[in-house]
Ligand binder design. Structure first.
Ligand code: NAI
Ligand code: CS2
Length: 488
């Protein structure tokens, strides 16, 4: 990898830093769409300003390794296309200097890299389900097949949690320092969730190791934000037209980006604050605001919008009833549950979110956001519902969101067409629908799934009745009319 050898992306501004000097100091697990348009780009921007040698090694634990192969073919350079409603900007990212795929390069290569003293941070975007935790309690799911495998073979892990523990074990044994585990997934207190999974896993195999990790590694929580839809053929063609050549590793996103990080690093960190990252002592209020107001409304729009026949989020925003419903969900039912630092105006935040969701140049599929609802609902709706039940305040939009999810996971849309349910709990939903068919009898059974709704919500009769009425209304008149006629 040399700057001179760059054969690609001649039309784009090349990195101004010397990529030959980069050495792997950050290992990132989960080189998906989001990471490339967020952390990798922030880090690139920072390298443009600093004399640093901190490079990123991308690690992919699953899949066929195609992305890693393609990254290598283009010296780990790739394009991020920022698309506002009027302006498109293509940026070339140079912060990645190495890549590894478990299937191609083997476990040993990954563990060796992760346990190298030079590595200071192991970051992750492995989706909510990658943590192998019970989403409602945040505890490690010991019955998870990957965790069962890794507990039986801790030196040959498959899961991200297993890899982290195995690498930290090596570091302890070789007398090196622990690294920072930086979770960048949409999970409430994602650092705490990662820590609890890692420490609990370690305690099951080696109590001393678990203690060493608790004392030496850090797990800062983060709030990450940038809307990055999954790549499509249409996107690749548009990108090619702009940059003059194909980029199979390119990705598109909105212009907005935000990253708030708890400032707790085990062994140093890049000064990302120089490129707009906020380091704070307590990230929880920011996380809750984003998860409830942005992601909560995203899920609402994904389930009800999909059922109403909308393929994309921006289309739901063109429906005035969905638009008002989303604003009301954010401002009346999510905002009151938040305890924000002084000066935060949540109504302004809500208006900005509506604007971002309305970006017509971003084709963000409702069906994409609808995936993995069992992992997303707890942090997007759960505690807000508990707040309203406790304060006896109104939660009709939240209840409709839950009912929309329930109707969606039936696997059949309002025209009788099949919906493919991508969710680790899809079999459970199937079994419930096989028993009851498309009827409101599914409601109590779905609410009884404790990993999603805890053990409390199913016992709140008023709540069960409200969700049941919303569900019945969806069956009777469909999602579009239910959203239209629900009291504004
Ligand atoms: P993606 O599907 O493009 O990438 C997911 C990555 O996670 C892939 O590299 C995949 O190999 C890896 N992965 C999946 N399951 C895994 C497992 N069990 N263990 C280890 N690795 C696993 O998805 P994308 O868009 O990159 O999103 C990933 C996550 O990033 C989201 O689930 C969310 O938590 C977070 N995020 C995404 C945003 C977006 O707009 N796309 C914005 C903010 C956060
Ligand atoms: C979305 C998020 O797919 C989803 O569940 O709600 O990925 C959303 O696009 C991001 O969190 C925005 O930062």
């Amino acid at each position: 990898m040399t700057n001179e050898a760059v054969k690609h992306f001649k039309q784009l501004k090349q990195p101004s830093y010397d990529r030959n000097q980069l050495t792997t100091r950050i290992v990132h697990i989960g080189c998906g769409a989001f990471h490339r348009a967020h952390q990798a780009l922030y880090h690139h921007d920072w390298l443009e300003h600093s004399n640093s040698d901190w490079g990123i090694c991308e690690v992919s634990l699953f899949g066929d390794g195609r992305l890693i192969r393609q990254l290598r073919e283009q010296q780990h350079l790739f394009t991020v296309l920022e698309k506002g409603s009027e302006k498109r900007t293509a940026k070339l990212v140079g912060s990645v200097c190495q890549s590894l795929h478990a299937g191609t390069d083997g476990r040993e290569a990954i563990l060796e890299t992760m346990s190298d003293d030079n590595v200071k941070i192991v970051s992750m975007t492995i989706t909510e389900k990658g943590y192998c935790i019970d989403p409602s309690s945040g505890r490690l799911d010991r019955s998870h097949p990957l965790i069962q495998h890794d507990l039986a073979h801790p030196l040959q892990p498959d899961s991200a949690i297993g890899y982290i523990v195995a690498a930290l074990r090596r570091r302890k044994e070789q007398g090196s320092r622990a690294f920072t585990v930086l979770s960048c997934d949409n999970i409430q207190e994602n650092g705490k969730a990662a820590k609890s999974a890692v420490v609990e896993f370690a305690s099951l195999i080696d109590a001393d190791l678990a203690l060493w990790i608790e004392l030496n590694a850090t797990f800062p929580s983060t709030m990450v934000d940038r809307i990055v839809p999954a790549a499509t053929q249409e996107m690749y063609l548009e990108l090619q037209e702009i940059i003059g050549e194909p980029d199979p590793c390119g990705i598109e996103c909105e212009p907005f980006r935000q990253w708030v990080i708890e400032d707790s690093f085990a062994d140093g960190r890049p000064n990302w604050n120089e490129v707009g990252v906020e380091f704070v002592s307590n990230v929880v209020p920011y996380e809750e605001m984003k998860l409830r107001m942005l992601n909560g409304s995203h899920s609402f729009l994904a389930y009800l919008g999909y059922l109403a026949g909308y393929d994309y989020i921006f289309e739901t925003m063109q429906d005035p009833h969905f638009r008002v419903a989303t604003f009301n969900l954010m401002t009346r039912e999510q905002a009151p549950t938040l305890d924000m630092p002084k000066g935060t105006v949540l109504e302004t935040y809500a208006l900005e979110l509506i604007e971002r969701f309305s970006n017509q140049s971003l084709k963000h599929r409702t069906g994409q956001i609808a995936t993995d609802g069992s992992q997303k609902l707890p942090q997007r709706f759960g505690d807000s519902l508990r707040f309203h039940l406790q304060h006896q305040s109104n939660y009709q939009w939240l209840a409709l969101g839950v009912a929309g999810w329930m109707r969606y996971v039936s696997g059949v849309d309002e025209k009788g067409q099949e919906i493919t349910i991508n969710d680790p709990m899809a079999d459970t939903f199937n079994a419930i629908y096989d028993k009851h068919g498309l009827s409101a009898n599914v409601v109590p059974e779905l609410l009884a799934i404790e990993s999603i709704f805890g053990s409390d919500l199913k016992n709140q009769h008023g709540f069960v009745n409200t969700v049941t009425s919303a569900y019945q209304r969806l069956l009777d008149v469909g999602a579009a009319k239910t959203v239209m006629t629900t009291q504004k």
